[in-house]
Design a protein. Structure first.
Length: 306
């Protein structure tokens, strides 16, 4: 039922207005899935290679599509992804492009779910039933590589950890985003939005912490459940390999000072989540920071593990 009968690829514009790859996957029983490859403004050194969309589409049509059509079932995601890896033949998708591979993989997953008549999360995750759900993070103040003349820290994130449902969490994130705008207006701070829709005011990190902490507190009082906040520091973007220091607007910090700084922020603002606080190659520093504050917050690697 889920045998792939056609894979169609095209070039489209993503949410930033940049060209990317979109894929359609069709199955023998009429299942259909469509997906487009996202891309990031801040990317780690070891991330899979994104090729120009035209080149990625041509390479995927030549190498990947023949391995999928009439050969692989969209309902078996492992087989789909294995076929894409085999078609590419490299460790980083530099042959067919990560953008074509991701688009095809996601479209196949949606096609498989369509045939089964199941939500995508259930198709991929099985019949898991639990009391917890992933907490959606809301990007409310952005800087770093996502906005010019803004904060050094790349993302200040709302984290509605006490929300009784995903819907409540999403609306809480939106409320924090709106409250941040109100607080910026109260301070006569003009600003637009950054690369991912967060506010990007020309303020320093200290003022951003004050504003986000106040916004989170106000929304928490309104919704009646715990709303915390977290960070995506994007430590690799701050790190200068030549000097071995993290370069902030007002000062430099060596690795020990960076660990101490993040630990102090966790303590002062009760941060529930800290992503990429250190350079992507510094496993020992990640371990040291986790030893120090891992019982208080989630230290998360993105560029660290990519």
């Amino acid at each position: 039922m889920t045998l792939i009968t056609d894979v169609r690829l095209r070039r489209i514009l993503d949410s930033r207005g940049n060209p990317t790859v979109e894929a359609d996957v069709l199955t023998e029983s009429g299942g259909f899935g469509r997906a487009a490859a996202p891309s990031g403004a801040s990317t780690g050194e070891y991330e899979a290679v994104e090729r120009p969309p035209g080149e990625a589409i041509a390479a995927a049509r030549e190498h990947a599509v023949p391995r999928l059509v009439g050969e692989v079932y969209a309902g078996n995601q492992r087989d789909v992804d294995a076929a894409l890896h085999a078609a590419d033949g490299t460790d980083d998708f530099s042959e067919i492009g990560a953008n074509s591979a991701v688009a095809i993989s996601m479209a196949a997953a949606k096609a498989g779910a369509d045939v089964l008549g199941a939500p995508l999360f259930q198709h991929l995750g099985g019949t898991f039933r639990g009391d917890n759900f992933p907490i959606p993070l809301g990007n409310v103040v952005g800087g770093g590589e996502h906005a010019a003349d803004a904060t050094d820290i790349q993302e200040f994130l709302a984290a509605p950890v006490g929300a009784p449902s995903v819907a409540d969490a999403v609306f809480a994130n939106a409320a924090v985003h709106g409250t941040v705008a109100d607080l910026l207006e109260e301070r006569d701070v003009p600003c637009g939005k950054g690369d991912e829709g967060a506010w990007a005011p020309s303020i320093d990190d200290g003022e951003a912490f004050e504003i986000v902490a106040e916004a989170v507190s106000r929304v928490q009082d309104e919704v009646g459940f715990n709303v915390g906040f977290g960070l995506d520091v994007a430590g690799a973007e701050l790190y200068d390999a030549d000097s071995g220091t993290y370069e902030y607007s007002d000062r430099s910090r060596d690795t020990e000072e960076q660990i101490a700084y993040i630990a102090d922020l966790v303590e002062e603002y009760d941060l529930v989540y800290v992503e990429d606080p250190l350079d992507e190659d510094d496993y020992d520093a990640f371990a040291d920071l986790t030893d120090e504050v891992g019982d208080q917050t989630l230290i998360c690697g993105d560029d660290l593990f990519v």
